[in-house]
Write a protein that binds this ligand. Structure first.
Ligand code: DGI
Ligand code: FE
Ligand code: FE
Ligand code: FE
Length: 187
């Protein structure tokens, strides 16, 4: 699949601001791949497709999760966690994206997971630091991403866990697994 085809697939499903976010994630991810290695074409495709299912009806995502190989325990957590896994299935089924690196980068872009691949980390970090983001602490993660991808991913996970805990929200287990795994890898 070419970049333009991926853009044509996602654009009709995204609001303008979300589409612009997607293009910034793609630019940021390509820049990270230039620095840390990996296929620029694959990273760019994963980035363009990552939020494909963001505005799909909840019932559609629910159905995809329950009838696919995706973990059904996602349904016990916030619906914000459903769009990445759902998109990973849809790009395969509807659009023939068979590359498992791309599928996994899309699948885990919100939660992370243990033993993330370089491409998964690049998409995860790019989604967090793209220039339109204004999370508390994002500038420190941006700076760190210039020199240490693992540490940047760890910081984004730490910030997200802190944010969720502070608002008494649940945290999906994969997010803890990602945080623990990177903590061990950094020490
Ligand atoms: O789709 P985006 O807005 O570009 O970003 P995203 O897919 O990373 O969504 C992130 C939001 O999901 C983040 O603001 C917090 C929320 N969220 C809810 N529960 C969890 C969670 N994020 C993680 N990592 N883990 C959770 O359990
Ligand atoms: Fe997302
Ligand atoms: Fe399932
Ligand atoms: Fe995103």
């Amino acid at each position: 699949m070419k970049k333009d085809e991926a853009i044509q697939i996602v654009k009709p499903h995204l609001k303008q601001e979300r589409f612009e976010h997607t293009l910034r994630v793609a630019d940021t991810a390509v820049r990270l791949a230039e620095k840390y290695g990996g296929s620029l074409e694959k990273v760019e495709l994963a980035a363009i497709l990552h939020d494909y299912a963001k505005y799909f009806p909840l019932e559609d995502m629910q159905q995809i999760i329950s009838e696919s190989d995706l973990s059904d325990d996602l349904l016990d957590y916030h619906h914000e966690l459903w769009h990445g896994p759902a998109a990973s299935v849809l790009v395969k089924r509807r659009h023939g994206v068979m590359d498992t690196d791309i599928q996994n980068a899309i699948h885990y872009h919100t939660t992370g997971r243990a033993s993330m691949s370089k491409m998964e980390m690049i998409i995860f970090v790019a989604d967090y630091i793209e220039p339109g983001r204004s999370f508390p602490g994002v500038d420190e993660v941006r700076e760190t991403a210039e020199t240490n991808l693992h540490r940047a991913a760890w910081m984004a996970l730490r910030n997200t866990i802190q944010f969720l805990v502070d608002k008494h929200a649940t945290v999906y287990p994969d997010t803890f697994y990602a945080y623990n795994d990177l903590t061990k890898r950094l020490n």
